[in-house]
Design a protein around this ligand. Structure first.
Ligand SMILES: Cc1ncc(C[n+]2csc(CCOP(=O)(O)OP(=O)(O)O)c2C)c(N)n1
Ligand SMILES: [Mg+2]
Length: 182
């Protein structure tokens, strides 16, 4: 399955959850498939989606779903330990593992060879770690919490760049959180 099909399956299952999406093509694919005010598209900071999503989940009650990449998560592996020790039951980290830095030319990441993200997550203390590689697995997994690692094929969809200004992405997302809390 290609990453865009995994993202499409996830969007079909989600309703009003807050979504923080990894930079590059994953955000572009999500935006092209389905744009919502509840989506926060990362436009620059590789590796920080899981941490930003965790902070949001701790500050309000709504469920937060993070769509991260293998390469980005590998840049911030300590995030697993922070999630294991601090996340509440409203946080799901989805890792779209295409075994490469897909957005910048598909140079192989460590998961292409020896590194097992699910084992690292468990070792960091996370009890709810699932893996999926099918549409059905994604459909059920995305309703859980903890970590869901989805194996996808390399390849980016032919989708345009996001035509919403970064400040507007931030502002509308913040308004969405505030209105849900008030
Ligand atoms: C700190 C930092 N290093 C490098 C980049 C350039 N960069 C943007 S996206 C990307 C690849 C991301 O790979 P991954 O997280 O696996 O997501 P994928 O595109 O494969 O879905 C890279 C290297 C960046 N934005 N920030
Ligand atoms: Mg990747």
């Amino acid at each position: 399955m290609r990453r865009i099909q995994a993202i499409e399956t996830i969007t079909e299952e989600l309703t009003d959850e807050l979504v923080v999406c990894n930079l590059g093509f994953p955000s572009r694919e999500l935006y092209a498939l389905k744009d919502r005010k509840t989506h926060f598209y990362m436009l620059g900071s590789m590796g920080l989606a899981s941490s930003i999503g965790l902070g949001i989940s701790l500050s309000q009650p709504r469920k937060v779903v993070v769509l991260d990449g293998d390469g980005s998560l590998l840049m911030n592996l300590g995030s697993f330990a922070t999630i294991a020790n601090h996340a509440h039951d409203n946080y799901l980290l989805v890792v779209l593992d295409n075994r490469c830095y897909g957005s910048t030319g598909c140079q192989p990441t460590a998961t292409a060879k020896a590194t097992d993200l699910a084992a690292i997550a468990s070792g960091a203390g996370l009890h709810k770690v699932k893996t999926a590689s099918t549409v059905e697995g994604i459909r059920s997994g995305v309703h859980g919490t903890g970590v869901l690692i989805i194996t996808v094929e390399p390849g980016n969809a032919d989708v345009p760049i996001i035509d919403c200004e970064p400040v507007e992405i931030k502002n509308r997302f913040m308004r969405e959180i505030v209105s849900a809390c008030s």
